[in-house]
Structures are given as C-alpha cells and as structure tokens.
Design a protein around this ligand. Structure first.
Ligand SMILES: Nc1ncnc2c1ncn2[C@@H]1O[C@H](COP(=O)(O)OP(=O)(O)OP(=O)(O)O)[C@@H](O)[C@H]1O
Ligand SMILES: [Mg+2]
Length: 234
C-alpha cells in the first residue's frame, strides 16, 4: 500500500467569532505535505498563515474539515490526544521565542522531554547534544534571558528538535532578527532539516527564504494557491 502524505488538509475551514459576527479566515482548503518537503506559506498580514499553522500543529481545531497526519485525523483527537500529537510529532518555532528567561538554555530545551516522561539525566544529555547541534555548546548553562536574539532562536530550534519530531512548523522564525542573523538562523534550519530528516513548513515574509523552499503556498482572500518557488512577491 502507498504511504499517505505526511499531512493532508481536507476541506479545511476556520472562522472566529468576533464581537459583531463571524470572521471566516479561510474555507474549503485542500492540500498535502509530503515527507521531506520544505514548504513555505506566504501571504499578506492577516491572511491566516498563523491560523493555518496552528491547525496543522494541533494547537487549534478547524471550524470544518480536517487535518490528517499520516492518514489519521488529528482534528478529531481529544485535548489530551492533541497534546500527545504535538509532543510526539511536531517541533514548533515561533517568531516570539517563548523561552523561560530565568531557566538556563539546557533547562528550556529539556522541558519537552520531561513532559514526555524521560528521566532528567537522559533529558539533559539529549538537550546538551541539541544545543551543540545549533552551535550553542558554550551557552548551555546561560539563562535564556541573558542570550542574544539570535542565540535565543537557536535555543528554540534545539528545543523544537529535542523530541525528534517529524514535522517542523516555523512561524516567521527570523522575523525578529536583523538580516544577517536571520540569514544565519535560516541557513541553520536548512541544515537541520537535512540532518534530522525533517519535513518543514515555514511561514515567512522573506521572499528569498521562500524561494529556497521546494514548494510555496500563498494564502490570499481565504484561498490557497500553489506558486513556483522564486516567483513569490512577499
Ligand atoms: N483568536 C482569534 N479570534 C478572532 N480572530 C482571530 C483570532 N486569531 C486570528 N484572528 C484573525 O484571523 C485573521 C488571520 O490571522 P492570522 O494570525 O492567521 O494571520 P497571519 O497571516 O498570520 O498574519 P501576520 O502575517 O500578521 O502574522 C486575522 O484577521 C486575525 O485578526
Ligand atoms: Mg502570523
């Protein structure tokens, strides 16, 4: 039997209830993400890119339709099932880092393993190894609050990968960094994509980064369009 795509979205819709009525962000989306792909999601501010990433990552539920992961319906899981899905399969990288500033780099990175029930010495060893992978071996015991913006984003990457996820979801991972640091972080993500055999989805406003992906999907007026990498405008 042929393997199903890593992710499938079927008739995916999301509406938010707002003060005066309903806001439909998108509806009836269909797409697939295949194992090993680097996929960029682009579109104007407010188009629904983060919303879409949240649905793929099981951080939110669709208003209609469903998300399948390896052929299984994620959107139909219980809250506990969704939490387990995120911990087991997904690595998240956001524009805002969400690190605990008073905790050290290694403590921030091993937390997802403790949540999974891994013993602390093992979790610590694995976390230190991921910090070395992102070039931060020398910052293992720095508090997150003492690190530079680029270093924090590297810690976030180490934390995202410590659970060995199949799917990396990154929402403007370089959005808060200067151009040069952003370039270094994106190049690191590309290396890690290969090293860890990831499937990666990037929301980005950076045209050059989108052009380096295998596929580009544009969200516009609630619909999704496939674009040739390199032809994107923003
Ligand atoms: N929890 C919410 N409740 C109500 N409306 C929301 C909620 N989250 C997002 N929205 C609305 O949904 C639309 C899409 O938001 P989303 O954050 O997905 O956009 P985006 O494409 O990621 O934009 P940006 O590039 O600015 O990050 C926006 O109009 C936003 O105001
Ligand atoms: Mg967003």
């Amino acid at each position: 039997m042929q393997e199903p795509p890593l992710v499938q979205a079927e008739n995916l819709s999301k509406s938010y209830r707002s003060g005066t009525g309903n806001l439909t962000v998108f509806s009836g989306l269909h797409f697939e993400i295949h194992a090993g792909e680097r996929l960029a999601i682009v579109g104007e501010s407010g188009a629904g890119k983060s919303t879409l990433l949240h649905l793929i990552g099981g951080l939110d539920r669709p208003s209609a339709g469903r998300v399948l992961y390896r052929g299984e319906a994620v959107s139909e899981l219980s809250d506990a099932g969704l939490a387990a899905y995120r911990n087991r399969h997904i690595g998240f990288v956001w524009q805002i880092h969400h690190l605990l500033p008073e905790f050290t780099a290694v403590e921030n990175v091993f937390l997802p393993l403790l949540i999974r029930g891994v013993a602390r010495p093992d979790a610590e060893r694995e976390a230190a190894s991921r910090l070395a992978d992102v070039g931060l071996a020398a910052r293992t015991n720095h508090r997150a609050g003492e690190l530079s913006g680029g270093e924090r984003q590297r810690v976030v990457l180490a934390r995202a990968l410590v659970t060995r996820p199949a799917l990396l979801l990154a929402d403007e991972p370089t959005g808060n960094l200067d151009q040069r640091t952003g370039e270094n972080v994106f190049a690191l993500i590309e290396d890690l994509h290969t090293q860890f055999g990831l499937t990666s989805v990037f929301v980005t406003h950076n045209v050059a980064f989108a052009a380096r992906c295998d596929r580009v999907l544009r969200l516009q007026n609630g619909m999704l369009y496939e674009e040739a990498p390199g032809s994107a405008t923003a």
